[in-house]
Design a protein. Sequence first.
Length: 331
Amino acid sequence: MPAYSATTSSRNREKTGYDDEALPPAYEENARPAVPEGLYVITNRRSRLVLDLRDGESRDGALCYAYTRNNNDCIDHQFWIVKQNGSNGAYTLQNIRGGHFLSLPWKLFSIPLKQQVTEPIICHAREPKGTNRLNQEWHIQTKSTGSYAIQSARTHKFLDVRQGWLVNSLLLSPGSEENEGQVWDLERVSRTTQEIRTILCEWRPHILSRLFQPYPDDAQYFLLPHELRKAIWEREGLHQHGSVQYAFDYDDFVTKAKAAANSWARYRFRVGGYSALFGVVYGEAKKGPRAYNWYLAPDMRSLVFFDAQTGKEYTQTTLEEFEFEPTFATF
């Protein structure tokens, strides 16, 4: 992080007409970065709009802007891999749909300073070296409110939303204690393999010895929102088919539902390392053998079980009432 001094700020104010060394509201200059690597939805605190890759484009120079949050197939336009792999502790923000990185426009530094604030934020393939690499690196610092400020490592200006101006454009603007447009919430929508194993263990400790884990420990899993899970299940047509004795039963329904969720991710994501969490658990209940899909609850702290034949969801408490005892599970 740069050193913010009154002398530097005064010189910049005299030269440019604004103070590009000021800080956004409640910004903690020397706060230690505390953003674990993962998949995030990044929401502007003032507007409640979300950082979005417009139309999910994969080309260099694709426009990024602020948009209402998606709970449909286009959620991946708003999924960002936040990873601390830049210089001096900086982060990169990679869109999982387009595969490219949040970036300053390449022409930004060839135009007059006063015009730079109107240049939009884009996505671009990763630059391995040189000054353009800094265009894709960001300092993310915790604020006293629990939110974050996202600062360009190249210009030291802050990511901002101008609502209603150039279609809710994302901009870089000088730090300002009055500008709530520079305040962001980072919601981690993925969980590590170990975090999920811990939740499973809290439910049934013995299940870990009967758990099939298809991917290495460094894989992360994300939760599909309810609306999208329902749409995927309905498109698969499972709600239109009944079971057939000895031919198509509970285990077949959950297998088909899991395959549908994985296929959705396969055909949309251009970045590996993340999987849709839509597991399967088999077991015995008081009414006989049962199988459910499982994933995390919206609070990401407990389990939800899905009956892929009926479309009903059950909590851990409900499965206790069913006297369900798991015998085998898979991610």
